[in-house]
Design a binder for this molecule. Sequence first.
Ligand SMILES: *Cc1c(COP(=O)(O)O)cnc(C)c1O
Length: 236
Amino acid sequence: MDESRLRGVLRNNIDTIEERIRAACARAGRSRSDVTLVAVTKSAPDEAVCLLPELGLNHLGENRPQQLWRKAALLPSTVHWHLIGHLQRNKIEQTLPLVELIHSGDRLSLLDSLEVAAQKQGQRIDVLVEVNTSGEASKNGFAPAEVPGLSDVFNSLLFVRLGGLMTMAALVEDAEKCRPSFALLRDLRDRLTRTLTDQHVLHHLSMGMSNDFEVAIEEGATLVRIGTALFAGLAE
Ligand SMILES: *Cc1c(COP(=O)(O)O)cnc(C)c1O
């Protein structure tokens, strides 16, 4: 596909997604500016990813650290990178300077390692706690019942700032079925907020993907992570 057709397909997809985000915000009585679209680039060709900033998308998400490193080098430094997948300890050092937010704070040992690495690099790092709201064994993250107990952990960290919670709902055809997952995440966020020091401002709920982002926005999502819907039609 030549560049102008590629640009056209992306423009169309972005317009459609934007319209759906606006409609969901309107239904929920929320402002469009409360929701950030994070373009998930894991399945997209580099030519398409490189066009995103000029099409107005400056928040990009990758779930593999090595792919994030590689793509960050291809794109302007004005891009805000989000790591949305599992982060192994030996990848922390190289990842920290590149990312604005780590959505996948999925285990205690990672929080400890991030604290050590961030201190060493002399920078704060913003992290979301990933919660397994669907209870599926294949999903990473803390069980909902573990979340209230995390306030002690976070209140003892100096370089890691908790910015909110993240979840992946079950992959189902009917997005309505994801609503309880999203409502649970919001409820956990609201409860955790009350037990944390001022260092941690739990502004974010990272929830909603191509299949279910409208329901997530209705339930309070501030970050929606969208891949498939954004890059649809590129192979034709
Ligand atoms: C791939 C991925 C997404 C995007 O999913 P789509 O269904 O392609 O929109 C969002 N979040 C995470 C954690 C992912 O791995």
